[in-house]
Design a protein around this ligand. Structure first.
Ligand SMILES: Cc1cc2nc3c(=O)[nH]c(=O)nc-3n(C[C@H](O)[C@H](O)[C@H](O)COP(=O)(O)OP(=O)(O)OC[C@H]3O[C@@H](n4cnc5c(N)ncnc54)[C@H](O)[C@@H]3O)c2cc1C
Length: 422
């Protein structure tokens, strides 16, 4: 293992080089704090990694960036990422046909096709327009205020038909929440729906891992990889090999399970997902749009032709298709690729039989569960003097939540230091 020499002390030690730890480190370093980040993995990114396999770029589980995330806008330089955007809207498999449900506000040319699409009634489509207007009239953070209920209850009380909820909202929000029952807090539904109305879903041209890499760039040798933390005590971090780093502040920016292990506490519940990648000489659709299982048969819930979004995801002359499942469908990663292939033959025809299975990623702890009432506290968490806990699950399970938790924790550390100084 090739590791640079370990410093004996640092003002702040951050455990975890996922985007929450990196966001925290960047803020502290900007403010001149001596900061060290350690991570057991061989690269930065945590749950946002991209593998290169035979010239294909495979994100470790399909995921997208929403350009409307406020923390993305604050913390990143988009030009350097060369973002490639999905076309707003979706294609929905209704059980008999693929219907294009465009976003007439963002792509007016899709208005007629969307009005005609056999997904939901005209009334449902007008309700989408009204909800969108209403959410855009308030700042994004307003979504987290007020009383809460489940997303399903929210949609019903907004007057959406059961048919539209089943064919559109279950697969669409199911892909975002990684659960189709729509039990997730309506606060998150409102937040995401507003993001989709305001901005785009996108990926960096060369894979999602470019996001953490950009965050890590100014940190350089302040990030130690292949370095596992075994124990934390106020003032001291102990590594796997027994060596120690003395420090004033420790930030546990690990995943929730590792933090619970290190703090001897209980981790919150998480949701599972699976993504199988397939290579094909022809793309099954030409649009850079998400294709949704509006029929609800599964096991695939959402499909994306990644090479339609960014050509760099596949070698020349090839296409890359990401097929993802949620809920129980994600519990059988071995059976998933074959079962999904049979399902998708009905959507796209016999060409699916010729797709080459490249790799399947099973992620048992993909996103924390956020049931009704979850956003009670999204404030920086200090467990005891000098030990802070951050990460998406302390805010909400998404790139925005992870970045916000890291930045606000850094601000809280800086503020606490100011209060302590004479
Ligand atoms: C499949 C999938 C799809 C997703 N889809 C989306 C999406 O479309 N849009 C969106 O906004 N978000 C999405 N997310 C969520 C988003 O990726 C996460 O919220 C975010 O990456 C979490 O970052 P984090 O820094 O909080 O934690 P993590 O990324 O989990 O980072 C924790 C780090 O801690 C390290 N670590 C753990 N224990 C130790 C130890 N003892 N010593 C040293 N290091 C340790 C780990 O190696 C890891 O690098 C998705 C996530 C997954 C997995």
């Amino acid at each position: 293992m090739n590791r640079p020499p370990l410093p004996k002390a640092a003002d702040v030690v951050i455990v975890g080089a996922g985007i929450s730890g990196l966001a925290c480190a960047r803020r502290l370093v900007e403010k001149g704090r001596d900061t060290l980040v350690v991570d057991s993995a061989d690269a930065v990114g945590g749950r946002i990694r991209t593998d290169e396999v035979d010239g294909f770029l495979l994100d470790r589980g399909f995921q997208v960036l929403l350009t409307a995330y406020e923390e993305f806008q604050k913390q990143f330089d988009p030009t350097d990422l060369d973002l490639k955007r999905f076309t707003p809207g979706s294609v929905v498999w209704t059980g008999g046909s693929l219907e294009v449900l465009g976003d007439p506000f963002r792509t007016p040319a899709s208005a007629l096709a969307s009005a005609r699409a056999r997904v939901g009634s005209i009334d449902d489509k007008l309700r989408v327009a009204r909800l969108r207007r209403q959410l855009l009239s308030s700042p994004a953070e307003a979504a987290f205020e007020g009383t809460d209920r489940s997303t399903l209850d929210e949609l019903r009380s907004e007057g959406f038909s059961d048919d539209f909820i089943d064919t559109f909202f279950r697969p669409f929000m199911g892909g975002v929440f990684l659960e189709r029952a729509l039990e997730t807090s309506a606060r998150l539904f409102r937040y995401y729906f507003r993001c989709f109305a305001e901005g785009d879903a996108a990926v960096p041209a060369r894979g999602m891992q470019r996001l953490p890499e950009q965050l890590a760039q100014p940190l350089q040798d302040r990030v130690l990889l292949n370095t596992t933390v075994r124990d934390v005590k106020s003032g001291r971090v102990t590594l796997d090999d027994g060596s120690e780093i003395q420090t004033n502040d420790i930030v546990l920016a690990t995943d929730a399970q590792s933090a619970a292990h290190l703090r001897r506490s209980i981790a919150p519940d998480f949701k599972v997902t699976v993504t199988s990648y397939f290579a094909a000489p022809e793309a099954p659709i030409s649009a850079a749009m998400l294709v949704l299982d509006g029929e609800g048969s599964g096991p695939a819930n959402h499909v994306a032709v990644m090479s339609n979004v960014s050509v760099a995801y596949a070698p020349e002359g090839q296409h890359l298709i990401a097929v993802s499942g949620v809920d129980a469908a994600a519990d059988d990663p071995d059976g998933f690729p074959a079962d999904a292939r049979s399902q998708l033959e009905r959507w796209f025809g016999p060409a699916v039989d010729g797709w080459e299975h490249l790799k399947t990623y099973h992620i048992p702890h993909a996103l924390p569960k956020h049931p009704v009432g979850f956003a009670a506290s999204r404030a920086p968490r200090r467990d005891e003097p000098g030990i802070w806990v951050t990460g998406d699950y302390t805010d909400f399970g998404a790139i925005q939540g992870a970045l916000r938790s890291g930045r606000t924790t850094a601000d809280a550390i800086l503020e606490a230091k100011q209060l302590e100084s004479p």
